[in-house]
Design a protein around this ligand. Sequence first.
Ligand code: AP5
Length: 217
Amino acid sequence: MIFVLLGPPGVGKGTQARLLAQRHNLEAVSTGDMIRAEVALGTPLGLSARAYIDAGNLVPDDLILQMVEGRLQNRLAAGFLLDGFPRTVPQAEGLTALLARTGRQLRGVLQIVVPEERVVERLGHRRVCPECNRVYNLESQPSAVPGRCDDHPGVPLVLRSDDDPVTVRHRIRVYHQQTEPLVAWYRERGLLREIDGLGEVDDVAGRIEAALDGAVP
Ligand code: AP5
């Protein structure tokens, strides 16, 4: 059971992936979190990727495909929610080929839609736990104790290095140029479902559940 969450920075892909994964016993796979972990560990991949992330540019397709393939092929039996992957047509082709090789099928692509001004605002208020990657929002989803993760109370929440307003605007432009073509690509293949990402987190989750329409147990 494999689904893709698609949409510009800040529309709520990570937030919804976490909820859906818990409800349906799926594994949420965020390429952004995977790359940030590599950067933190100082691996060769992390060292190559760091400048791309900090500038708000996409990490090259070959690095991403290699990383995702390693993660997915060891866990063929699991269901996945892919958050932030694929992000280019070559990545989508790579995913199709990987799934074909392993006898699996993509069940759907959930495109979350939120007006640009709202995502810039959301990202300015986002804070994340560097230990577990749980996402908070100073306005809409605060932690119980200000500045601390609910699951790791000893760990201070941080602002992501690419969440400053200038880099956020750049990431949105990169999305339009390099990732948005996937909307038509997946629509042509009958896999795209559009989700209104405005409103309370639970309301958006409800729309996603309705769109899944019994496709997951
Ligand atoms: P990545 O980490 O994937 O970032 P992104 O796609 O830019 O998305 P975000 O994590 O910023 O936002 P989100 O949609 O998950 O929103 P969230 O749920 O956090 O990628 C980072 C970088 O890594 C890329 O720029 C690139 O360099 C590299 N990279 C990653 N994948 C790659 C790939 N496949 N190829 C090449 N490079 C790649 O929510 C945002 C905020 O809003 C939070 O504060 C949240 O609490 C709040 N919020 C959520 N829902 C709501 C709601 N309904 N109402 C109000 N607030 C809400």
